[in-house]
Ligand binder design. Structure first.
Ligand code: FEO
Length: 398
């Protein structure tokens, strides 16, 4: 029933789209869905590269059969063991009992732990090759992009890189697959949000992987999520290089919590100051309304960060505190920041936020704290804070 989706003479797409999942990893919203990509490489022998989420196992098997009919699959190459990709391994093994699983030693430990699978294993190390006939596949271990067992597989014949999570995006595939066949403009923001949420902590491992790929000629990058990159390979590599170095564009993210609008009024005033200071790109978020994944994504985009909270129960508003902990865990580097807050009877929020910013080693431009409603003196301080931050952002670009 299914028409095989072909990428090269020998590489086929057998992935699926998930538009039912509300939260990826049960934490990140996916309003445009997400795809779980898997690929078949067909030669004298057949290799399947990764599987899909367990909820799609039946559809996955049908898609595979639409490509290879009753042929056997000789190898299952596991680039990544996270269950969004390894979820259907057990079903593949049941359907193709003679299949040999190709992966590295760390993967086998997880394969045993998750599924109790310990037989028909073919261990590979960094740089090892596998011949399928005319085609040769080479394996590159890329630990911590995104898990310790992560590796990539490279088809030397067709120059296709199967990159695992790297270069992936949120967003299901709406009928297209290869970037040049669809409008991919909507994917760039989702790619950065995916990076910020999933891979963003691992800047150094991503840089190590990029170095390993430096001289690899790529006609296609087949990721585990989102489009297959062909026309936009250079742009995709450049974005990953930039994000993993924590490089950012001149702009400011203002993220705040506000219970009755007083801290919000400070945020509005600081934003006016930022624009007066010459910075045009300003992203403002009420942390009680916008999911932190979108805020994190913009923090990866812009070099300035301004955070504000009212004092709540002797500390930081929980929504703001949660955002700060997500920034901290990702170890985002090289940002310029400022802090603000308001209180009614005892101001403690900014006293708790400032050490968090110091721990990140971000440059702290200053802080403003107001008691109760925003008044003239602190209004002016907020404008000045915004302008000063803007000047620092712009001077860093020179
Ligand atoms: Fe798409 Fe790290 O799994």
């Amino acid at each position: 029933m299914f028409q095989p989706v072909q990428i090269t003479d020998s590489v086929y797409y057998v992935g699926v789209n998930d538009r039912r999942k509300l939260l990826f990893e049960n934490q990140f919203p996916v309003p445009y869905g997400v795809s779980y990509n898997a690929y078949l490489v067909c030669d004298e022998e057949v290799a399947l590269i990764d599987t899909v989420d367990v909820g799609f196992a039946d559809l996955f098997l049908k898609k595979i059969e639409s490509v290879i009919g009753n042929r056997e699959i000789d190898y299952l190459i596991i680039n990544h063991m996270e269950p969004d990709h390894s979820g259907s391994v057990r079903f593949i093994k049941e359907r193709y009992p003679r299949i040999r699983i190709v992966a590295n030693a760390k993967t086998f430990d997880m394969l045993n732990g998750y599924f109790g699978i310990i037989d028909h294993l073919h261990e590979v190390k960094d740089g090892d090759m596998l011949e399928l006939g005319r085609r040769r596949l080479r394996f590159a271990l890329t630990p911590m992009v995104h898990w310790p067992e992560t590796m990539m597989t490279y088809d030397l014949t067709d120059k296709v890189l199967f990159s695992g999570d790297a270069f992936g995006t949120f967003g299901a595939l709406n009928g297209g697959l290869i970037d040049e066949t669809m409008d991919i403009s909507r994917f760039w923001d989702e790619m950065r949000r995916y990076y910020a949420c999933i891979v963003g902590k691992y800047g150094v491992p991503v840089q190590n992987a990029m170095k390993k790929l430096k001289d690899t000629e790529m006609r296609y990058i087949c990721t585990t999520h989102g489009p297959v990159w062909h026309e936009h390979i250079r742009q995709t590599l450049q974005l990953y290089d930039r994000w993993s170095r924590y490089e950012a564009a001149p702009g400011a993210v203002i993220a705040y919590g506000s219970m009755y609008g007083n801290t919000e009024q400070m945020a509005e005033t600081i934003a006016e100051g930022v624009v007066k200071g010459g910075v045009k790109e300003v992203a403002m978020y009420d942390t009680s309304h916008t999911d932190s994944s979108y805020i994190l994504s913009d923090i990866f985009q812009y070099s300035g960060f301004i955070v504000g909270s009212p004092t709540y129960m002797g500390g930081i508003l929980p929504q703001v505190e949660s955002l700060l902990s997500k920034i901290e865990v990702r170890g985002i580097k090289n940002r310029t920041c400022a802090v603000f807050g308001s209180f009614t009877w005892a101001g403690t929020a900014i006293k708790k936020i400032l050490p968090a910013m110091e721990a990140l080693k971000w440059e702290i431009t200053g802080s403003v704290e107001e008691k109760q409603a925003l008044k003239q003196e602190k209004y002016q301080d907020c404008v000045t804070l915004g302008k000063t931050l803007a000047e620092k952002i712009l001077s860093a670009e020179k």
